[in-house]
Design a protein around this ligand. Structure first.
Ligand SMILES: Nc1ncnc2c1ncn2[C@@H]1O[C@H](COP(=O)(O)OP(=O)(O)OP(=O)(O)O)[C@@H](O)[C@H]1O
Length: 333
């Protein structure tokens, strides 16, 4: 099957001018994306993560055609985004968690009506997509509410619906769960999973929330300083970085540190103990063992945060990307 998204040694260099004195300016180049190559197959759900300033948004902007690459080759659905931005717009959907594409002062439904016209969506398809989004994203009571009065979670669901009314084949999501409470996150993730499995929509997801990746993506790409550092499953990312999850165990009473294989006690506070174990492994056998050998009252698992996982991975890799050979090649300008 042909890839839906194709990047071959793509670069983006920004020219930045800075005032350094009266009539004096310094020119500097920022290499935001530095020779990135990857492909995404139709129907894949891929996480695209990295530290602040790594080049994630710049990549997404090139994929939508907002920015033109300085070098390399980029295609989405066989289209060169920066040359045929309007044609591509009918095939992609974009959600930026920190900004809205909805009209601030208008009721939600009016934004959808405007998009119906802008994208020239056939009436029957618009109706069907709108009904589906309203039902699955629980928007019925919000349609007549002006966007500025919606909560962050409500607005996000409204934005996701807006991005899907024209049936895009690929959805770019930039921080879709940022600032949402647990329930809203679950709703958004559930909806995205269903969209992907039922409609086969390709999803490229940028996030700082590891659980977004864990629950949605079978593959994750990590970039740093505009270069691809890792491309593979999330478990592999944990292995490279040797990241750890934490079991928080409440016992009936204060006891000495719990002793079980494959986990080590990192903190004890009265009857509560914290045990670290490899994030690439399963918590189930550890839980079973503790339950069998200790007077267990309660237990929870804490995930490492994504910044910690990425930092450990980048540290363990040094400067050498863990990726297929073509991704390790130097950028060609
Ligand atoms: N329009 C621009 N002009 C100059 N430099 C830019 C421009 N846009 C981005 N950059 C620079 O390019 C680099 C990559 O920025 P980008 O926004 O792509 O990172 P990011 O991975 O999305 O970061 P974050 O997680 O903080 O959103 C940064 O050094 C940024 O300052």
């Amino acid at each position: 099957m042909d890839p839906f998204i194709e990047l071959d040694r793509v670069e983006k260099v920004f020219d930045v001018r800075r005032k350094t004195g009266f009539l004096k300016r310094e020119r500097r180049q920022v290499r935001a994306v530095d020779g990135i190559s990857f492909t995404v197959a139709p129907g894949e759900m891929v996480g695209y993560i990295g530290p602040n300033g790594a080049g994630k948004s710049t990549t997404i902007k090139m994929l939508t055609g907002i920015l033109t690459p300085s070098g390399g080759r980029l295609r989405v659905a066989g289209i060169d985004p920066s040359r045929e931005r309007t044609r591509l717009a009918h095939r992609i959907g974009v959600v930026f968690g920190q900004r809205t594409t909805l009209w601030w002062d208008l009721p939600l439904i009016d934004s959808y009506k405007l998009m119906h016209r802008m994208y020239r969506i056939p009436d029957a398809r618009y109706r069907e997509n709108l009904d589906r989004c309203v039902e699955l994203l629980e928007l019925a009571d919000l349609l007549d509410v002006p966007v500025r009065q919606l909560s962050l979670g409500q607005r996000m669901r409204g934005d996701i619906a807006a991005a899907l009314l024209h049936d895009p084949e690929v959805l770019y999501l930039d921080e879709p769960t940022i600032g949402l409470d647990v329930m809203s996150k679950a709703k958004v993730r559930g909806f995205l999973r269903e969209l992907n499995s039922e409609r086969g929509t390709t999803v490229l997801l940028t996030t700082h929330d590891l659980q977004d990746i864990e629950q949605l993506c079978s593959r994750v790409m990590v970039i740093d300083h505009g270069r691809m550092m890792y491309d593979g499953p999330l478990t592999g990312l944990h292995e490279v970085g040797e990241s750890e999850r934490t079991l928080v165990v409440d016992l009936e009473r204060e006891l000495g540190p719990i002793e079980i294989p494959d986990a080590r006690v990192v903190k004890v506070e009265g009857p509560r103990q914290w045990l670290a174990f490899p994030a690439s492994g399963s918590a189930a056998p550890l839980v079973a063992r503790i339950a069998a050998e200790y007077p267990l009252v309660d237990l929870s698992v804490r995930e490492p945060d994504i910044e910690a996982v990425i930092a450990k991975m980048l540290h363990s890799l040094g400067d050498s990307p863990k990726s297929p050979p073509e991704q390790a090649e130097e950028a060609v300008s």
